[in-house]
Design a protein around this ligand. Sequence first.
Ligand SMILES: NC(=O)c1ccc[n+]([C@@H]2O[C@H](COP(=O)([O-])OP(=O)(O)OC[C@H]3O[C@@H](n4cnc5c(N)ncnc54)[C@H](OP(=O)(O)O)[C@@H]3O)[C@@H](O)[C@H]2O)c1
Length: 297
Amino acid sequence: MHVFVTGASGWIGSAVVADLLAAGHEVTGLARSEASAAAVEAKGAHVRRGDLDDLDSIRAGAEDADAVVHLANKHDFANPAVSNAAERAAVQTIGDALVGTDRPFLVASGVAGLAQGRSVTEDDASPFHGPGSPRGGSENLAFEFVDHGVRTVSLRFAPSVHGPGDHGFIAILAAIAREKGVSGYPGDGTHRWAAVHRTDAARMVTLGLGKAAAGTRLHAVAEEGVPTREIAEAIGRAFDLPVAAIPSDDVQAHFGWIGTFFALDLAATSTATQKLLGWTPSGPTLVDDLAAGAYSA
Ligand SMILES: NC(=O)c1ccc[n+]([C@@H]2O[C@H](COP(=O)([O-])OP(=O)(O)OC[C@H]3O[C@@H](n4cnc5c(N)ncnc54)[C@H](OP(=O)(O)O)[C@@H]3O)[C@@H](O)[C@H]2O)c1
């Protein structure tokens, strides 16, 4: 299959491109800069220059391919309305381009806010609809295209897609710990974060491309929930820092914007995904990655 990948130069995207190519697919990656284009090309993929703000480039990429994996995101966490609007516009554009084709449209998403007080499962529909909701309600928007001849599949990544070179949430938490001289965890540290190694996440995307039916929610989750206290302790061991509970009232001041996420319970299961795809995550755990120095660079 010829697969158009947005976010092909990103943390997850670069692993997805490698996995798709290894599985025999042809890949074209969206790239918004010379550096990103060079990174995509170095993997052995074609490059389509474009930007989330240039919807024509995204439309053309979708029209020219047999399938789309949409992973690009502006990740403006300080001003999420910007990211959410771009995400919604991109999903609308790709969906419109694929109407009536029955082609796969795999859309990145997450597990935050999909269930309260328990692990999120693939049966949990997203409650987020409309432009003002998290991620711009993009999962439900993408699923609207199922009734219009698009094989939409949601890729719900664990809040930590970890491994050497990760610049996401765990890297940010490690940087805060080093800056503050203490590795903190919010409250009593019993809230949990689901986790998956990057290579396992990429494998799941490739398998989902081949096997998931329209309307499927796939969970890229290997560990159902690592307690935030254990994450903080592993960061403390990795950087030889003391570990401390951060009282709820001080979480924002200590962690900044990421405190909102670190204080959430973000556990999720992947039983249905593993069964459907025959996918068995086998990469290192989050704590193993921290112990092995994956975040030390
Ligand atoms: N990593 C996680 O733990 C995690 C967890 C849950 C959900 N997700 C979701 O999974 C997807 C991939 O995440 P990731 O961790 O791989 O993100 P990432 O490393 O930040 O990569 C983002 C990608 O989007 C591209 N991009 C950003 N702004 C763009 C723009 N204006 N136009 C075109 N491309 C643009 C980046 O291109 P450049 O290389 O040029 O910057 C990069 O390829 C995202 O939707 C993310 O929200 C990730």
